[in-house]
Design a protein around this ligand. Structure first.
Ligand code: GAL
Length: 397
């Protein structure tokens, strides 16, 4: 598999966990087409844990739960494919999945072959109950190699939660994306914690293997498996902007059969998706005014250059293929952010000072255009937990 842009899709876990079946999958496949998600680029429909029986069959293969999937998985995959979507499934590198169902340790080649026969295009591969006597990289290599030899192009979505220093070895395993976080929950605190923890991993992120910040909670509104208290529309918008700008795969986790208007507006924002799917796949970087500290850190190889980033109001930029710059300002504080927090100068973006250029900043959420001449972009207040996300075009004065 050659993954040039972060994979986009929908996964059952955040809302449905064990409550999955053929009907849900088929209705969700229909919804991906009818709501325009597929048209916007969301291609993968992924069934997470708890799809199978507690015992393998006599032939050693995993067995889909016949109550949930009475026609088997090939039938479901065929339906998903008939809609123009790709089909994903889930297993784990240990003896059991996280929910205690059969997993692929010592069955890697048989399971890869089985998934290939069913028509699977994407495998999420978890890390629970793994043997302590086998190195973690070896566990993922085993499945990576089995998939590469299974005769079908299957995207390998590693899910070791960033543990065991995964960032150092995950690309060796053939993974196409890697979970760099623990599990997300549908609260502002969880979004904030995950986002802040990820800023320092950007140098491991990019084409071929993207940092997966976990599935989206946009539109869950407190319902479902990881529902908890839910978030405001503004918080969901900040969440989506961050995941998009930080090159994370965008795997929707709400019930897409029943999305409200706000949810659709967020998930289907084409300009935000374009930033995420930019063909150049550049790494995002800090553009806060105290960049000099960041550059100091860069002199040493010991710590990533994101070490001293400003955690409360990060300003993050990413170069785009056509010469534009994506620029996001995120207010993690519980109080408004002001000009003092939010001044961006041209050298922070990589332009010479006094270069006689104008930044033309199009707010991709509101369409508002802000022009900044020559030097400094100063933003007005940003509300607590809100953000601004721009596509910046550099034009002559
Ligand atoms: C966790 C994983 C979740 C979900 C769950 C299933 O380890 O991070 O995304 O897949 O297992 O049991």
């Amino acid at each position: 598999m050659h993954v040039n842009t972060p994979p986009l899709g929908w996964n059952t876990w955040n809302t449905f966990a064990a409550n999955i079946n053929e009907q849900l999958i088929m209705e969700s496949a229909d919804a991906m087409v009818e709501t325009g998600l597929l048209g916007a680029g969301y291609t993968y429909l992924v069934i997470d844990d708890i799809w199978h029986l507690k015992e393998r069959g006599k032939d050693g293969r995993m067995v889909p739960d016949p109550e949930k999937f009475p026609h088997g998985m090939k039938y479901v995959a065929d339906y998903v494919h008939s809609k123009g979507l790709k089909f994903g499934m889930y297993s784990c590198a240990g003896y059991m999945t996280c929910a205690g169902y059969p997993a692929s340790y010592d069955y890697e080649w048989l399971d890869a072959q089985t998934f290939a026969e069913w028509g699977v295009d994407f495998l999420k591969y978890d890390f629970c109950f793994h043997p302590m006597t086998v190195r973690p990289d070896t566990l993922y290599k085993r499945m990576g190699l089995a998939l590469a030899n299974c005769g079908r192009d299957i995207l390998f979505s590693a899910c070791s939660w960033g543990s065991e220093n995964s960032k150092m070895w995950i690309k060796e395993t053939g993974a196409d994306m890697w979970r760099s976080t623990g599990d997300i929950f549908d609260t502002w605190e969880s979004i904030k914690e995950l986002a802040q923890s990820q800023l320092k991993y950007q140098e491991y992120n990019g084409k071929g293997c993207f940092n997966d910040m976990d599935m989206l909670v946009v539109g869950m509104n407190g319902k479902g498996n990881v529902g908890l208290k839910g978030c405001t529309k503004e918080e969901y918008r900040t969440h989506f902007s961050l995941w998009a700008l930080l090159n994370s795969p965008l795997m929707i986790g709400c019930d897409i059969r029943n999305m409200d208007a706000d949810t659709k507006e967020i998930l289907l924002n084409r300009e935000v998706l374009k930033i995420n799917q930019d063909p150049k796949g550049c790494q995002p970087f800090f553009a806060n005014n105290n960049m000099w500290r960041v550059n100091e850190n860069r002199k040493s190889d010991v710590e990533p250059h994101f070490m001293n980033y400003p955690l409360e109001v990060p300003i993050i930029a990413k170069y785009l293929d056509n010469g534009d710059i994506a620029l996001g300002v995120f207010n993690f504080m519980d109080t408004p952010a002001n000009r003092w927090h939010m001044t961006v100068t041209c050298d922070n973006l990589g332009l010479p000072r006094n270069c006689s250029k104008t930044f033309e900043c199009v707010d991709v959420w509101t369409g508002e255009v802000i022009k900044a001449f020559n030097d400094t972009l100063s933003l007005d207040e940003i509300a607590p937990h809100a953000c601004r996300l721009f596509r910046v075009r550099i034009v002559d004065k």
